[in-house]
Design a protein around this ligand. Structure first.
Ligand SMILES: Nc1ncnc2c1ncn2[C@@H]1O[C@H](COP(=O)(O)OP(=O)(O)OP(=O)(O)O)[C@@H](O)[C@H]1O
Ligand SMILES: [Mg+2]
Length: 209
């Protein structure tokens, strides 16, 4: 079977991209890559994925950039006195399954002249948009979908995180004309076991093939 490779983006920072990416990487036995980690206090995204994929056949590529400040990559790089270079943002050289997590949302700057969406277009991988279900999500989700499509970036669909909000979920997927890939509820506790179980019962892997 051809390899399955996806970009995970979100409507915002902190929506649950890493948690979704970990669930997906474990389900696909994929490698995970976070090209730019901005913010190094506490658990990084790669460390969270490692923890949530414990026992699963998931490998993790090292970040191309590890920046100190938890803010937009372009600003985090400036603060650290470095410039994010195109050459460092080439996809890992693997023929296997791959899950790539972007920083923040679709139009986050990696440099003054490089947005997340520009990278997605360059990588030519299908994108999964992770969205909250709470108030405000409809506009953020539709704006994100519009931005992706303006650049002809293939969209697999939207994966939701949070409590079931049928009005928002339906509006986004109907008006946004895309697949509803399922919804991960808030998990308590959140660990490798609860995530794998929630992922397999709630996420439409059939729509990813
Ligand atoms: N399904 C879930 N159940 C329980 N907690 C969750 C779930 N999804 C996300 N969280 C929690 O919400 C927080 C943000 O999630 P996550 O790190 O996945 O967001 P993100 O979109 O990747 O953020 P960033 O933009 O910083 O990469 C984390 O503390 C995580 O533990
Ligand atoms: Mg993340």
């Amino acid at each position: 079977m051809a390899s399955q490779r996806f970009i995970i983006t979100g409507t915002d920072t902190d929506v649950g991209k890493t948690v979704f990416a970990a669930g997906l990487a474990a389900a696909l036995r994929a490698a995970y890559w976070k090209p730019v980690q901005a913010g190094l206090t506490g658990e990084t995204d790669s460390q969270l994925v490692a923890r949530l994929c414990a026992g699963a056949d998931v490998s993790i590529y090292p970040e191309a950039y590890r920046l100190n400040t938890p803010c937009s990559p372009h600003e985090a790089a400036r603060i650290d006195g470095c410039m994010i270079a195109d050459a460092d943002l080439a996809l890992p050289d693997t023929a296997g399954n791959l899950v790539v997590e972007g920083a923040g949302g679709v139009l986050v700057p990696y440099r003054d002249d490089l947005l997340a969406a520009d990278l997605f277009a360059r990588w030519e991988l299908p994108v999964i948009l992770v969205a909250r279900t709470t108030l405000g999500t409809i506009s953020h989700s539709l704006l994100s979908l519009e931005s992706l499509r303006t650049r002809a970036i293939p969209v697999v669909g939207v994966a939701f995180i949070g409590d079931h909000e049928p009005v928002a979920e339906t509006a986004i997927t109907q008006i946004g004309n895309c697949h509803h890939l399922g919804r991960l509820p808030f998990l308590d506790p959140l660990n490798a076991k609860t995530l794998a179980a929630a992922f397999s019962s709630n996420i439409r892997m059939d729509l990813l093939r």
